[in-house]
Design a protein around this ligand. Structure first.
Ligand code: ZN
Length: 240
């Protein structure tokens, strides 16, 4: 699917300072590093996921296929000769006991826990995005997901990774200007010794982002609310 053709959603970016990242070597120019693509990643924003980081995310999502799980993506951003780069090096799992249908909730305790774990990583690493699973729902950003991204990940280089462990589908989302949309694919960054494993992993994953599933999910959410309202109405009726 052409990511340009997606409707996306307009979210006002609040208080985002213009970012002036330092210069760095583009991952494509590094010796002994291989780039393996899932889907067709857009040229900008230029996002890379370390093989180890993706393995962490998939391990979390595939480990609990009966509920949505998630966490944050940690890494750095810098300016290379190819433009701004977002490089994701590790994932931190969040405690998401309050997950709902198609979205997760980052509670105050979850954030505290995430920051505790971040403190133990290299000091230059920052939270660059988040990930969560949609077991059996397919890949899209729900209304609540877009709210989370616009609230906590409004930086121009912040990204969201969504994984459906039941279908093997994945999707990467980010800001394209003021629009939040699919980034067309995932660039896996693998050291020489992980290249074969990264290629095998990429073959198993499908980059499929579906607006239709977003629509069906929206209907399911609305239907759920209607049923709850009807049930409350019936309780009130019976109580009379
Ligand atoms: Zn979601």
């Amino acid at each position: 699917m052409d990511p340009e053709a997606e409707p996306g959603i307009e979210i006002e970016l609040h208080d985002v300072q213009p970012e002036q990242p330092e210069a760095g070597t583009d991952p494509a120019d590094r010796e002994g590093t291989k780039i393996v693509a899932v889907g067709s990643p857009v040229a900008r924003p230029r996002v890379f996921v370390h093989y180890g980081c993706l393995k962490q995310v998939l391990g979390h999502a595939y480990g609990e296929v009966d509920r949505e799980v998630g966490g944050v993506l940690v890494g750095k951003n810098f300016r290379s000769r190819h433009g701004l780069v977002t490089e994701l090096t590790a994932a931190i799992a969040a405690r998401t006991e309050k997950a709902g249908l198609g979205h997760i909730t980052f509670s105050h305790e979850a954030w505290n826990d995430i920051y505790r774990q971040l403190d133990e990583l290299e000091p230059q690493l920052r939270i660059m995005g988040w990930y969560h699973s949609h077991p059996g729902f397919g890949i899209f950003l729900s209304h609540q997901d877009k709210f989370i991204h616009g609230s906590f990940f409004a930086g121009s280089q912040n990204v969201a990774l969504v994984v459906d462990p039941l279908s093997g589908c994945v999707g990467m989302f980010g800001w394209r200007g003021r629009r939040l949309g699919s980034l067309g694919g995932i660039r896996i960054l693998a050291a020489e010794e992980h290249q074969a494993a990264a290629e095998q992993l990429a073959e198993k994953l499908h980059y499929i982002v579906s607006d239709r599933q977003e629509h069906v999910h929206g209907l399911r959410e609305r239907l759920g609310k209607t049923i709850r309202r009807l049930a409350q109405g019936q309780q009130r009726f019976e109580a009379r």
